[in-house]
Design a protein around this ligand. Structure first.
Ligand code: HOZ
Length: 430
């Protein structure tokens, strides 16, 4: 396959932009080689600047649940743009999007719109500290909450992929208020609350982890977190940037039946535009300025284009929910990939919730970062490139989730499983 133009574009970009990309996960650092430069996208397909077409299982790292360039979302953006692109003043569309979010996620009684998932988690942590008057935050190793300084400790996503889970530039002073525990470890969380019952402002987690690959929480883990945060008046924050409107319209909290105190959203809620949100109980959120004293602001917060794209996306998901279809084809893909690996004698773990999943090249189930870290990255890279050569664009790291969209067809799924089968059968299976 010819990817000459992408290779040249990457060489040029590297002279201009650090590492040639504006977000590190995109640079193919984990799998080697040159990233694709994209010319356009439509439905379930990406088209690179060499004219190759790929079945896309990244979906812009989550937002494109309806497929790329959905005509009604594009129309909403274009109609809005013709009336002006930013006002720095309120619009009615912001309340409409807030109503859609609150109706979908009942634990969010009030919501604030921001521009990125990082901003949402950063602001949620500030609010939790502001209302509790406490400093410490518990996070879990391998969970990623954007590049907030205090959360860039034992972080997942590209930070884990590229071996810098604790970034240079994050001061000791900032990180010493972050307590890092292993995901799914109930004893560790009990121990911290026993030792420091009045110090914990918040516990933040991905209620299905996507950023060390797809890792599911156990029910005892979620229940322990809920009970202890209630008991000690700490704020339980679900980072649903990835899972919100993805694993169900109401997010992971609807799937697991656990209500957090605060929730962060991003990706799908912006319909492919830069928009994210944080919210929670009114008694917490009414501390945000100007209702309260916790400061948070942004010139592009509630941007009209992003708000229109997000609202149209949520309306489409609400009025014609694709979740049953997504479950069916995602299960077919998951079962097909697992079976193809098993038939070739390759040990893998396929972990999935709805349309997000990861095939771990790992002998054992993955429940936390130490177990994720035992995955065979070399095997993953070989699998990635083998599928790429068959026009299938998989997440470019073992530690990122694959996303299926409502536009993927059974034929796409069959083609993908066949490509994986052919790769596995050519692999040594020791
Ligand atoms: N942090 C995102 C994946 N978990 C990647 C964002 C991007 O590179 O676009």
């Amino acid at each position: 396959m010819n990817r000459e133009h992408s290779i040249r574009a990457f060489q040029r970009a590297r002279q201009l932009i650090p590492g040639g990309v504006n977000s590190p996960a995109r640079a193919f650092g984990a799998v080697g080689g040159s990233p694709l430069f994209i010319e356009r996208a439509e439905a379930q397909y990406l088209f690179d600047i060499d004219g190759n077409r790929y079945i896309d299982y990244i979906g812009s790292w989550g937002p494109m649940i309806l497929g790329h360039a959905h005509p009604q979302v594009v129309d909403a953006i274009c109609r809005t743009a013709s009336r002006g692109t930013s006002f720095g003043a309120p619009t009615e569309m912001e309340s409409h999007l807030a109503e859609l979010i609150i109706a979908a996620v009942p634990s969010m009684e009030r919501v604030r719109l921001v521009s990125s998932g990082t901003e949402a988690t950063m602001s949620a942590i500030r609010v939790a500290r502001g209302v509790t008057g406490r400093d410490k935050v518990i996070k879990f190793s391998g969970c990623y909450h954007g590049h907030v300084d205090s959360l860039l400790v034992a972080a997942g996503s590209a930070a884990a992929t590229l071996g810098v889970p604790d970034s240079p530039g994050v001061t000791l002073g900032t990180s010493q208020d972050t307590i890092v525990l292993n995901y799914n470890d109930c004893d560790a969380i009990r121990h911290v609350f026993d030792e420091q019952p009045n110090a914990i402002a918040a516990v933040i987690l991905e209620p299905v982890v996507g950023n060390m690959g797809t890792v599911l929480p156990t029910q005892p883990f979620l229940r322990t977190l809920r009970e202890l945060t209630h008991k000690h008046n700490s704020v339980l924050i679900f980072d649903e940037v990835m899972t919100g409107f993805r694993v169900a319209y109401g997010g992971a909290q609807a799937v697991w039946g656990i209500e957090p105190d605060m929730t962060t959203l991003g990706k799908i809620v912006g319909g492919g535009m830069p928009l994210a949100a944080y919210g929670g109980r009114a008694s917490i959120m009414d501390n945000v300025m100007p209702a309260g004293k916790v400061y948070q602001a942004g010139t592009l917060s509630g941007n009209p284009l992003a708000t229109a794209a997000g609202a149209k996306t949520l309306e489409l998901l609400r009025d014609d929910p694709p979740y049953d279809y997504l479950e069916t084809i995602s299960a077919q893909l998951a079962n097909g990939l697992s079976q193809a690996a098993a038939d070739a004698g390759i040990r893998t773990q396929l972990q999935r919730v709805g349309s997000m999943m990861t095939l771990f090249f790992n002998d054992n189930p993955v429940s936390d970062w130490p177990s994720a870290d035992r995955s065979d990255r070399k095997r993953f890279a070989a699998y990635f490139w083998s599928l790429m050569d068959k026009n299938i664009y998989m997440p470019c790291s073992q530690f990122e989730a694959l996303f299926v969209s409502a536009k993927h067809t059974p034929e796409d799924i069959r083609h993908t499983i066949d490509a994986a089968r052919s790769h596995f059968s050519s692999m040594p299976n020791h």
